[in-house]
Design a protein around this ligand. Sequence first.
Ligand SMILES: [Fe+2]
Length: 340
Amino acid sequence: MNTPTGIRLSPVPDQRHESDSDFPLAYLCDDSAIDLDQTCNWVGENRDQLLALATEHGAVAFRGFPTPNVEGFDRFITSLMIENFPYEKSLSNAVRINRTPRVFSANEAPPDVRIFFHHEMAQTPIYPKYILFFCEVAPEIGGETPLCRSDILYSRLAERCPEFAAKCEQAGLQYTNVMPGSNDPNSGMGRSWQSTLGVDSKEGAEARLESLGYTYQWLENGCLKATTPPLPAVMETTPGQKTFFNQLIAAYCGWKDERNDPSEAIRHGDGSRLDADAVRVAIDLSEELAYDHRWQVGDIVLLDNTVAMHARRSFEGTRKVLASLAEMRTQSFAVQGGPR
Ligand SMILES: [Fe+2]
């Protein structure tokens, strides 16, 4: 890679080194003479390598670059030449606010709400290949973004709970959630059904859900309960490398608000309940393997969403971490042995 003096690989605090691989890989810019144009030129010239490094390592962090504000972040992303995946098109259940056409608040949930490990939108048929995070305002206390290598997690889970791993591969997962009739900013999953589905009528919602293969039920209070078709629980990202590409941990631990009961949120694709002991092992492994990114203003983190999971610790004070999604992909799943 053609890299100017002043930009170099450098460890970040608490960086992990499983399988001799830095996690995250981290670039530091420590030359104040390097401006945004030079940064964007470097990113653009090396975009293939940077994206490949995100896939190899799961995450690449950029610290000390001249990207103090949202405009700089937007230009950094544009230099990577990856296709925007707009929030409006996503089936994400989080409430977010757009700042530029491709940059939005990561999740508007209150500071005390912890968001558990997940692959972005792995609980829907469409998901982004890449996610970028950016720190506009660092929190006073807490608010780290934990990251976890999902390939390492899955290989350890498969060793410790082989039957559960096989069940995940054979039967996949399906998710149920209750969407409110209007945005609920007090919930980590409070996006209204109108916004989630990009519709303004019940008829429109039903047509969209049917096109996606969901089943649904209207509730008395204007809420919509929707269940996904069976989706994969495990992804083979490269030959021989599998990741735990799903929202199992987040759904099991965290899909809890006044409308949602986590014990109802997730099943295998054949309708069977999950092995609670094995789920506990997966949750414990995610914390054992976690790297907590402690934000500094201007930090950018690029994730390959199919390789690394992310989460959010609770915090105090003001925290503004922005996000951008790129390269829409689709997924579907056929339960082995056919539908139940
Ligand atoms: Fe997320």
